[in-house]
Design a protein around this ligand. Structure first.
Ligand SMILES: Cc1cc2nc3c(=O)[nH]c(=O)nc-3n(C[C@H](O)[C@H](O)[C@H](O)COP(=O)(O)O)c2cc1C
Length: 332
């Protein structure tokens, strides 16, 4: 299965593994995705310049194929960006804000630019900035997102920015979802939650088990998280709110935002302590509604193989639903 996104990015399969800053160290995951023919992405958020350099070196030890380095426009470290530009990855991807002059800077470093959006207006603006491809992310997604669902968003973004290639994100957990995205006009997919629950993903086993056990309705928008992270508007970049699996921590605070605001420092310390003990997922196991479709932890190569064969099978089956042109018209 080849699309224009494959041609543009120099990849075999139109599958991007989402950059996920919180997932660290991600070198084995990124390299596994790129080696399996997709585009692995290294999340740069939260990384120091030396950590990023080290991660990129480890990826390059494992693969000579293209990969992306991902930044959040709303929250990035200028020195870490400089380290990424110096390393000249094939792709730099951005999310959560108008990419503005960052597009020119990434291009000047020889990288293609992929940018993630949640609305048609954001897509049009990013296209005007000169990005090479877009990720249109529906509100079903894990991590930070807005509210328009993937089904209405994809065709609208595709129409608005044509001929730019668009990858669909949010709620895609298997090959049927991938096939649906392609039928909506996307030329690929960007997936986070499915790759979180992979053998190569470095997240805690408890987080992976929670994804496997989750139903889609367990992946909820966590409004008060933006209060804790002290977003001045109560929303993160592009007006987003994160989606994660429900936890006792969520249930304790979700309806008590005023109290959360008074206890920000205390809650932050509690979360930081949990994070340093590898228990972050007990607080905020970021994941999307696609968790309901994920039933086992699999190696990346197997995930990609299943996605492609199931998407192809679904597309073949879909084509049998319509009569060939001309057939069945004689009677009239
Ligand atoms: C744990 C987690 C962390 C994420 N972090 C980032 C990030 O740092 N940068 C980014 O562009 N997107 C990030 N995302 C969003 C993904 O790019 C993607 O849109 C989303 O995972 C798609 O939905 P899905 O989880 O249903 O596949 C994150 C998603 C998850 C689940």
């Amino acid at each position: 299965m080849r699309t224009r996104l494959c041609e543009l990015l120099g990849i075999e399969h139109p599958i991007i593994q989402a950059g996920m800053g919180i997932v660290h160290p991600a070198h084995a995951l990124v390299a596994a995705v790129s080696n399996a023919g997709g585009l692995g992405s290294l999340g740069a958020t939260g990384r120091s310049p030396s950590e990023l350099r080290e991660q990129i070196a480890l990826i390059r030890e494992r693969t000579s194929r293209p990969f992306a380095v991902n930044f959040l426009v709303s929250n990035f470290d200028e020195e870490t960006l400089a380290a990424a530009l110096e390393a000249r990855p094939a792709v730099i991807s951005f999310a959560l804000g108008d990419p503005g002059d960052l597009v020119r800077r990434a291009h000047a470093a020889g990288a293609l630019v992929v940018h993630q959006v949640h609305t048609v207006a954001q897509a049009t603006q990013a296209a005007g900035r000169g990005v090479d491809a877009l990720i249109a992310q529906g509100g079903e997604a894990g991590g930070y997102g807005q509210f328009v669902g993937t089904l209405p968003l994809i065709p609208q973004v595709v129409d608005a920015v044509q001929p730019l290639p668009v990858a669909a994100a949010g709620g895609i957990g298997d090959g049927r979802g991938m096939a649906a995205a392609l039928l909506l006009g996307a030329e690929g997919v960007n997936m986070g939650t499915r790759f979180l629950a992979s053998a190569e993903s470095p997240i805690a086993d408890g987080w992976k088990r929670a994804i496997i056990a989750a139903r889609s309705e367990d992946a909820v928008k966590v409004e008060f998280w933006n209060d804790i992270t002290r977003s001045p508007t109560g929303r993160a970049g592009y007006g987003t709110v994160p989606r994660a699996l429900r936890t006792p921590f969520h249930d304790r605070w979700a309806q008590r935002r005023a109290e959360v605001m008074q206890k920000v420092e205390e809650l932050r310390n509690e979360i930081q302590a949990a994070q340093s003990e590898g228990r972050f997922h007990e607080y905020m196991p970021f994941a999307g509604q696609s968790a309901g479709l994920i039933h086992e932890v699999l190696p990346v190569r197997e995930i990609i193989h299943r996605l492609i064969s199931e998407a192809e099978e679904t597309l073949r089956r879909a084509s049998t639903l319509v009569a060939p042109i001309g057939v069945g018209r004689e009677a009239g």
